[in-house]
Write a protein that binds this ligand. Structure first.
Ligand code: AMP
Ligand code: GLY
Length: 438
């Protein structure tokens, strides 16, 4: 079958790499792709936001499956446009229609959904334009730290967490009064602060059945020890030691199953991936957010562990037979380290020559923000490459990932030095864990 993959980051390189291994694949095209995806498929050479061009391409290449990597096109209705076009009948889109994509596109919608379906999440109140005073007064009724979220997509910048009530009030004014977040901030969610450790769980669904995919932990802050500003993600680990069998069973029963059931109950036909951003609060999962896609860089850690054929799962979605398919997971550990441009997530320069990326042999190198300038690979984004090492345990996966990452250079190359290391058990902990329990 012929597949079109939408997107051009590290997640999409990992998806292209995985899809290309399928025995069911005839041709893979990617729009816009990057030098990494070009090794596994051809560039579609179209702007996927241009429906006319997309439509002509889908027909000409006889595409059966469109895999949408990022949330933007889903929230904007790419799936709806394809589904509404009689000429494009028979094409399966991996990713929900706009209504389902609101789980990510609107925090308020997601919260209401969770409350309606009894899915554990932080308590919240929503305020709209004109309710600034009510919102500020509400701060007196909740405890610090204050968690303030712009309702819409804000590229990871729409969440303010602060102990300072004045700063919280300013965030509310910025959103509801000054329009600092544009439309995304015209509606604001104030929610209860949850204390715990975060991890990401993923599922794939055809709208009826669902399969859990490997879980991962993402490292969101730019600096070692989770310091500095938020980024798209600086590294990932899969599996997550603290997301043990018992915790993941709770995620399955209390979050994943009621979410898929809830979507169906609400009449929202949802197919594709669902990312559940979770807080583990004393062993109990709470949903912090939904994303309607896979994570980046989590994908670069989870797909190398997926033994099953991804196109077989997509075919399960196309034919509504996902329940009959299998998700087999490699029980080794994957650790992904992001190599970023100096200055990211602020301003950074592009066009720096990259060396060593092609010489890495015993780890995966996924391209995120790269470009070919003639024959030379150069930087072309904030997050440049994602390097994934695999090992029989966390220590060896961390070592493998850092060994490979160290072999790659470009001017200003920045990475965190602690990815996965916070999760590696210290010798004392290990000895304690080995003690038989009474
Ligand atoms: P979100 O965009 O909703 O994922 O929020 C971004 C980040 O803010 C999350 O990854 C968490 O680290 C943090 N966060 C969001 N909501 C809460 C909450 N209710 N309690 C504690 N931390 C939160
Ligand atoms: N790494 C977090 C995300 O993809 O949203």
């Amino acid at each position: 079958m012929n597949v079109l993959l939408i997107g051009g980051g590290g997640r999409e390189h990992a998806l292209a790499w995985k899809i290309a291994q399928s025995s069911l694949l005839d041709s893979l095209y990617v729009a816009p792709g990057n030098p990494g995806t070009l090794r596994h498929g051809r560039s579609a050479g179209i702007d996927p936001a241009d429906h006319k061009a997309l439509r002509a391409f889908l027909l000409e290449k006889r595409i059966r499956i469109v895999v949408v990597g990022p949330e933007g096109p889903l929230v904007e209705g790419m799936h709806d446009r394809i589904a509404a076009d009689p000429k494009l009948e028979g094409i399966t889109v991996i990713g929900p229609k706009a209504e389902g994509a609101r789980l990510e596109g609107s925090k308020d919608f997601a919260k209401e959904f969770m409350f309606r379906h009894n899915i554990p999440t932080a308590a919240h109140r929503t305020f709209v334009k004109g309710q600034l005073q009510d919102a500020i007064e509400h701060l007196d009724r909740v405890n610090a730290p204050y968690v303030i979220k712009a309702d819409g997509l804000a590229a990871g910048k729409g969440v303010i967490i602060t102990n300072d009530k004045k700063e919280a009030a300013k965030a509310l004014r910025d959103m509801l009064q000054s329009g600092k977040f544009g439309e995304a901030g015209e509606r604001v969610v104030i929610e209860q602060h949850l204390k715990g450790v975060e991890c990401s769980a993923f599922l794939i669904t055809d709208g009826e059945a669902f399969k859990m995919l490997p879980a991962a932990k993402d490292y969101k802050r730019i600096g070692n020890g989770d310091s500095g500003p938020n980024t798209g993600g600086m590294g990932a680990v899969s599996p997550v030691p603290f997301a043990d069998k018992d915790f993941m069973q709770k995620v399955h029963d209390r979050v994943a199953a009621p979410t898929v059931r809830g979507l169906k109950k609400d009449g929202i036909a949802y197919q594709g991936f669902l990312f559940m951003g979770l807080m583990n609060v004393n062993g109990e999962p709470y949903v912090i957010e939904y994303n309607v896609r896979l994570g980046d860089p989590e994908t670069q850690a989870i797909l190398p562990r997926l033994k099953s054929d991804l196109l077989d799962l997509f075919e399960g979605i196309a034919t509504g037979t996902l329940s009959e398919r299998h998700v087999d997971v490699d029980d080794r550990t994957a650790v992904t380290i992001v190599l970023a441009s100096a200055g990211y997530p602020g301003e950074y320069e592009k066009g720096k020559a990259i060396t060593g990326a092609d010489q890495v042999r015993d780890a995966y190198v996924f391209h995120a923000g790269t470009r070919l300038k003639g024959d030379q690979l150069v930087t072309d984004g904030g997050r440049v490459l994602a390097v994934t090492g695999i090992g029989k345990d966390l220590d060896s996966a961390v070592a493998s990932a850092y060994r490979a990452a160290s072999a790659i250079e470009f001017e200003g190359c920045y990475r965190r030095d602690d990815i996965g290391k916070d999760l590696v058990k210290q010798p004392a902990q290990r000895a304690a864990a080995k003690q038989p329990t009474a």
